[in-house]
Design a protein. Structure first.
Length: 382
């Protein structure tokens, strides 16, 4: 039997063990310790943003970003429907409502034309998600935001290391949220970071993540805050990961080039459009969309890949069809089309070219087999 190929796996190839050992040897294992400040400073520097606030995960980073902007009950926040549910949930945590925006069929990111159509008088912010590592159309998003007085949050959970217009994602809006979950470009196991150029906003967010405590007066809580603190062990992992990010991004680029070589031009597959001149994507999870009218096909292909010991992931269900959000009746047909047909393939540092070839061979075989099964079923009048 061929080896099982997971869809994702962390690469822990640098100082991870040494730094975690330092935490244990020094007993600084909780949310105070030197790695926290070091990771925040190094990550801020890497993203060319002045202020970084670490936190427990990416979902919390989004929550803190929105709270920091003062988003609350009665407000609306524009969110692409095709995203991980955390983007929408963070809006709800604030007591606000997400307004779902449709996708661009070629980049899979938020469609700026639909963004413009969906703005309401209650909208106070937009969350630009850089989906699957591809930068969202920030010039257009910032233009719409400027016209309507919207604050701009970047959800960079999937785009660590991506650039837009020569600037790192995370440095383009008012505030940005990052995730260091185990399958992201760099990981702390679980972890998150909020970045902003606005010193006052950074301070507000730092206070909120530390239970709301006053910076000068211990146990004095002028506001209701949260315990959203990262541990020194998480930060130790994150710092070690960040030291190697150049290697990790290069390895992911190479994997993307292997996939493109194997699959580009196949009539049954839609690859993400090539980066525009302003864009520099990172390959988070290499993904394709099956060009088919039959929305059952993708799941059948995944079952066949799994039988060949290859793991894959479907695209996210668009948030506007999930039970907590379906009531609003949002209209996002492209997001629905993509969500039903998109597929992410194994993408992790250490994945070998032969393995990518095996994945692609099995994918094309599965496509042929399902197409045959479909036409046979139709011929049989099913
Ligand atoms: C992973 C992810 C998040 C949430 O990050 P966690 O660290 O898992 O909480 C948010 N948004 C997007 C787009 C993500 O992919």
């Amino acid at each position: 039997m061929a080896d099982f190929i997971p869809v994702s796996a962390p690469a822990l190839l640098g100082n991870e063990r040494r730094y975690v050992d330092e935490c244990i040897d020094s007993t600084w294992i909780s949310s105070i310790g030197s790695f926290i400040g070091r990771f925040e400073r190094e990550f801020a520097g890497y993203c060319e943003v002045e202020h970084a606030v670490s936190c427990v995960n990416g979902t919390v980073a989004l929550h803190l970003a929105l709270l920091g902007l003062g988003i609350g009950p009665g407000d609306e926040v524009l969110v692409p429907s095709l995203t991980y549910v955390a983007t929408a949930n963070a809006v709800r945590y604030c007591g606000a409502e997400p307004v779902f925006v449709d996708s661009d069929p070629s980049t899979w990111n938020l469609d700026p034309a639909d963004l413009r159509r969906k703005v309401t008088p209650r909208c106070r912010a937009v969350i630009a998600v850089h989906l699957y590592g591809r930068p969202a159309a920030m010039d257009e998003i910032l233009a719409v935001a400027g016209e309507h007085g919207l604050r701009v949050v970047e959800d960079c959970a999937e785009s660590i290391g991506a650039f837009y217009g020569g600037r790192p994602t995370g440095s383009l809006g008012d505030v940005a949220a990052f995730s260091f979950f185990g399958n992201k470009v760099i990981t702390c196991g679980e972890g998150g970071m909020v970045l902003t150029r606005d010193a006052a906003l950074g301070r507000t967010i730092r206070q909120l993540k530390g239970q709301g405590q006053d910076f000068e007066r211990r146990y004095w809580f002028p506001v209701v805050g949260y315990n959203y603190r990262m541990t020194n062990i998480q930060a130790a992992l994150g710092l070690a990961q960040l030291e190697r990010i150049g290697d990790y991004l290069a390895a992911r680029d190479e994997i993307a080039s292997w996939y493109r070589e194997e699959l580009a031009g196949h009539p049954g597959l839609r690859l993400a459009a090539a980066d525009g001149p302003a864009e520099r994507s990172v390959c988070w999870l290499w993904s394709v969309v099956l060009e088919t009218a039959d929305p059952e096909l993708r799941d059948e292909v995944m079952v066949r890949l799994r039988a060949a010991e290859i793991d894959s992931r479907p695209f996210f269900y668009p948030c506007h069809i999930l039970p907590p959000y379906a009531g609003a009746g949002a209209v996002c047909p492209e997001a629905e089309w993509l969500g039903a047909r998109g597929l992410s393939l194994p993408t992790w540092v250490g994945l070998r070219r032969e393995q990518v070839q095996r994945v692609c061979g099995e994918l094309l075989r599965a496509l042929d087999a399902t197409a045959c099964a479909g036409s046979a079923a139709r011929a049989a009048g099913e």
